[in-house]
Write a protein that binds this ligand. Sequence first.
Ligand SMILES: [Zn+2]
Ligand SMILES: [Zn+2]
Length: 263
Amino acid sequence: MSPRVAQPWFSLNRIDDTITLLTEPYTAPFIRSNIWHVRGRDRDLVVDTGLGISSLREAAPELFDREAVAVATHAHYDHVGGLYEFEVRAVHPLEADTLRSPTFAALRVADFPPSLRRELARDGHAPGDELLTAYPDRDFDPSTFRVRPVEPTWLVEEGDAIDLGDRAFEVLHLPGHSPGSIALWEAETGILFSGDVVYDGQLLDELPGSNIADYVASMERLRRLPVKAVHAGHYSSLDAHRFAELVDAYLRHASSEQLRYRD
Ligand SMILES: [Zn+2]
Ligand SMILES: [Zn+2]
């Protein structure tokens, strides 16, 4: 029996006057990426776009009523599925090819490669499980799920500014989780959109394209950043204290792994 149909597909949560969080609640948490909408004076910013299995723009027409820069923090499928709905699509050059020719995407445990299936089993996902607890419409079929290929329109690199008119975000290139992972940093407010580099859950540094040495360097850089609030790629937002705890925990973990390899 297939799961029930859930509409609205997205949940909306106003964080403050200008920032709104959208998520897809009927998905397993590790593929439930946070979609951030930031209202700017001249244009808006969208950070990540979810799975793309239901229209993001139609779900919140009051937010998506005008031009927005849609930024992919990286090209993993749970972050880029809805990019096709936006005219301006920004990504780091090292992730661009994956947007053009999406590689791996799955909504059923059975469709994951064996190494990831083992990890999912440890998290309690049985081999026959689906990662959705409801479908966005009656005809939805998770076995045919693919991410739509899109051509990036703006390749953003370290130091580039994404200017919304009254506020601007700086691109930080923070490889490790993936080669072209970026975060968006607003120095004036201390707000960081961190993508999958830091979130309050198990950080992934052994995926295809991950690099632990790069991850360590990225974390050491982040540790020096005077953050006040972090809006992450998954799970809840972080204050400065929790952010520092997570960064330090990763650095400790990575250095103990290195010692183990040396033995
Ligand atoms: Zn990711
Ligand atoms: Zn993710």
